[in-house]
Design a protein around this ligand. Structure first.
Ligand code: UTP
Length: 471
């Protein structure tokens, strides 16, 4: 096929695409408008063809879809405080974390670049209306937690939000429309992560349309390079911030910038830390913090044999029990270092259904997986940290993600867990509740209280009625 442009740069790019064996992406060239041609070329310009060749070789041509697993061991973590000594350690950690917040050293960092395919919500996942009474969106709940913390500690907590091409405009538009939920616009900073093309079983790029190559966001691991390359680290330094609290958009119970967690991280001179929840049972499909051939990271559920899943410690707890709940603390310096010489997190592959343009340019929705999507995962950076802290927290207080449309980890379970939490707070403050609150709609705004302790301090005689909303 002869593809000519008058522009040398473009000609050189076309040659590169050809040399990479991806010339088929020009199949509809003759039919494309000037603008469509430019758009196709600008997508191609961003593609790292060496990387794509490496991914094709590693995950497709070699016939292996996963890397071999090595020697697996569980990781140590700080358990829930029970003994007096553990309680003292936890309150020292809280003090240190509160000091970091008061000193304005902390940024909140939300990764919201994912596509939320399992939820099937038409729109950015953070816009999903979730709270039980007021139907506040996930974004609003997070924003109000950050506002409440800023007020409590008398220091701004800048909020960095990573989006992706798939939802950036929509996300920023939503914040504008909602007046940033009362936050200062200067303190909410959006930036996009990079995209990475998918490949077909022959290692070829996939045309999603005549002028568009199918690409997906490069995984939450891409947040570490985006923080650097989109200028967020620099912005943090200008604000004297050295600690980053990382969270994901779908966890309705996230304890935002938890001072106890940040405090342990600071006191133990950690570089990257993680919160964990005890697995609910051997069959819970969650990754666990552990070591693979001595290196810290997350062991995926599918990498544990049945024996390993069921193995128990002497006290009866699961050997591999430290479920990853995707909450991290990083030092700004650590993220900087991870980027030195280019971020080198390992790639993971998933065989997926990817809609494509057929030879006539018509969109086809395949019935079976037809392509390979690639992603990096943020927890793979744990093994690079000089020191880490893994802190156990209570699931009912801190983790209930909205992943699926129905069933486990769905809007229904998230609302149920919120109502149960508000119920516990009300009860601890002396309110009389029915034994089972699951049928009730209750909501306590983050602007009213962020914890049972804060709530109890401010709860006089409260009458429980369905639809109760406290702000
Ligand atoms: P998930 O792995 O649950 O993916 O992301 P998802 O895109 O939200 O949902 P599915 O798998 O398509 O159903 C966990 C968190 O990581 C973010 C998501 O936005 C979510 O907060 N994420 C994921 C990114 O920011 N970028 C990515 O490339 C992937």
């Amino acid at each position: 096929m002869q593809i000519l442009t008058t522009n040398n740069d473009e000609q050189e790019l076309i040659e590169r695409v050809r040399a990479a064996g991806q010339e088929h992406v020009f199949r509809f060239w003759d039919e494309l408008s000037d603008q469509a041609r430019k758009s196709l070329l600008s997508q191609l310009r961003e593609i790292d063809f060496e990387l794509m060749a490496m991914l094709a070789e590693k995950f497709i041509q070699s016939g292996k879809s996963t890397t071999a697993k090595g020697e697996l061991e569980p990781a140590e973590f700080i358990p829930l405080p029970e003994s007096p000594d553990e309680q003292v350690q936890a309150s020292l950690a809280r003090e240190a974390g509160e000091k970091a917040l008061t000193d304005g050293r902390v940024a909140a960092f939300l990764v919201a670049g994912g596509q939320g395919t399992r939820l099937g919500f038409h729109g950015a996942k953070g816009k999903f209306p979730i709270s039980p009474v007021k139907h506040k969106s996930l974004f609003q709940l997070h924003a109000e937690k950050i506002r409440a913390l800023g007020r409590k500690y008398g220091a701004a907590i800048p909020w960095y939000i990573m989006t992706s091409e798939t939802n950036h405009k929509e996300t920023v538009g939503f914040f504008e429309q909602e007046s940033y939920f009362g936050l200062k616009t200067d303190d909410v900073i959006f930036f996009t992560q990079q995209m990475v093309p998918a490949l077909d079983p022959h290692g070829k790029l996939i045309l999603a349309a005549k002028d568009r190559i199918f690409q997906n966001p490069n995984g939450h691991g891409g947040s570490l390079s985006a923080l650097k390359h989109r200028g967020a680290l620099e912005d943090m330094r200008a604000r004297d911030i050295d600690l980053i609290f990382y969270f994901q958009v779908d966890n309705v119970l996230v304890k935002m910038c938890d001072p106890v967690f940040l405090g342990y991280h600071v006191l133990q001179n950690a570089e990257m830390s993680a919160k964990v929840c005890a697995k609910s049972g051997p069959g819970e499909k969650v990754g666990v913090l552990g070591r693979v051939d001595g290196k810290l990271g997350v062991i995926e559920y599918s990498d544990l044999s049945d024996d390993e899943k069921n193995a128990r410690n002497e006290d009866g707890s699961l050997k591999f029990q430290a479920g990853n709940i995707a909450i991290h603390a990083f030092n700004v310096d650590f993220v900087e270092r991870e980027n030195r010489g280019g971020l080198r997190l390992p790639w993971h592959v998933a065989h997926k259904k990817i809609a494509f343009a057929d030879p006539l340019g018509k969109r086809v929705e395949p019935e079976a997986p037809n392509g390979y999507k690639f992603e990096t995962f943020v927890f793979d950076a744990l093994g690079d940290a000089g020191k880490t802290v893994f802190l156990e927290v209570r699931r009912e207080d801190e983790f209930s993600p909205v992943k699926n449309k129905t069933g486990d980890d769905s809007p229904e379970t998230a609302r149920r867990d919120m109502v149960r939490q508000y119920g516990r707070w009300l009860q601890a403050a002396g309110a009389i509740l029915p034994e089972n609150v699951d049928g009730l709609n209750l909501e306590i705004s983050p602007l009213k209280a962020l914890s049972a302790e804060e709530f109890a301090a401010d709860a006089a005689a409260i009458k429980i009625v369905d639809g109760l909303y406290l702000e």
